[in-house]
Design a protein around this ligand. Structure first.
Ligand code: BTN
Length: 252
């Protein structure tokens, strides 16, 4: 897996393939700090010894079965208050591609897990380098379960399990990069409200009443919106409440 991508303008023109590494996000951060990084540079591996997930979790993946990569993007045009739009465009790019195989069934579980029915097929870890009052480079780390068939975590699934066929990881990666580049360019043209409404349209549990948990316990609520900064807006019996990352859990 070390082909340079020809059908994109800048994403994937430079690529670092490592048969194994601790974490592609960590390698990408080191490249930014050493000045080696360029816009669109990709770090990809077949195996991570210390794959990092959100909330300090580990990202586990069998060797060579899945896509594990990090894209370095120059997001200096974004105000730091808009950095959630990087989650939005990455989620939409993954949904665009995966829906081609699953018929519009993919959803984004806020803030950025990609779900098929009640199972997670992909996760992302986005890390921004803030310099002065703008984002410098941003690292978009993506783990997509492609061909793995057994998972220790019962919430996890893969594209192969969903579609009952194996996939060519290189082709899939290329489609994702093409869609991500298109979404990134739309963001650069400030198409913020269109991107946000498309993200909302694709949200898991949107407009349905479900059980959530916050610091005070369980409650029923309905997801009715997402703020520009990424907070989620829920409608409860007694009114509306906004939640930031880590302040709320989805229960059932
Ligand atoms: C999550 O859902 O918890 C986020 C998972 C992100 C995993 C990817 S795999 C490639 C990149 N390198 C990492 O260490 N993490 C991300």
């Amino acid at each position: 897996m070390h082909k340079i991508f020809t059908n994109t303008l800048f994403i994937g023109k430079k690529l670092k393939f490592l048969p194994s590494c601790h974490s592609t996000n960590t390698i990408a951060s080191e490249m930014v700090m050493s000045g080696e990084a360029t816009n669109g540079h990709i770090v990809i591996t077949d195996f991570q010894e210390k794959g990092r997930g959100q909330r300090g979790n580990r990202w586990e993946s069998e060797p060579s079965q899945n896509l594990l990569f990090s894209i370095i993007l120059d997001a200096a045009f974004l105000d730091p208050s808009e950095c959630f739009y990087l989650n939005i465009i990455t989620s939409l790019a993954l949904i665009d591609v995966l829906n081609e195989y699953t018929g519009d069934q993919m959803k984004v579980k806020w803030p950025n897990d990609i779900y098929y029915e009640n199972k997670k097929v992909s996760g992302m870890l986005i890390e921004n380098f803030i310099k002065k009052n703008s984002i410098g480079y941003s690292i978009i780390g993506i783990g997509l379960n492609v061909n793995q068939e057994k998972f220790a975590n019962e919430i996890a699934t893969s594209l192969a399990l969903i579609c009952h066929q194996k996939f060519d990881k290189q082709d899939l990666l290329e489609y994702i990069l093409i869609r991500l580049e298109q979404r990134f360019l739309a963001l650069k043209k400030s198409q913020l409200s269109d991107l946000k409404s498309e993200y909302f349209h694709n949200m898991y549990w949107k407009d349905e009443i479900h059980v959530f948990k916050d610091k005070d316990g369980l409650f029923n609520g309905r997801i009715v919106g997402v703020e520009d900064g990424g907070k989620i807006l829920l409608e409860l019996e007694e009114g509306y409440r906004l939640y930031d990352f880590k302040q709320i859990e989805f229960i059932k």
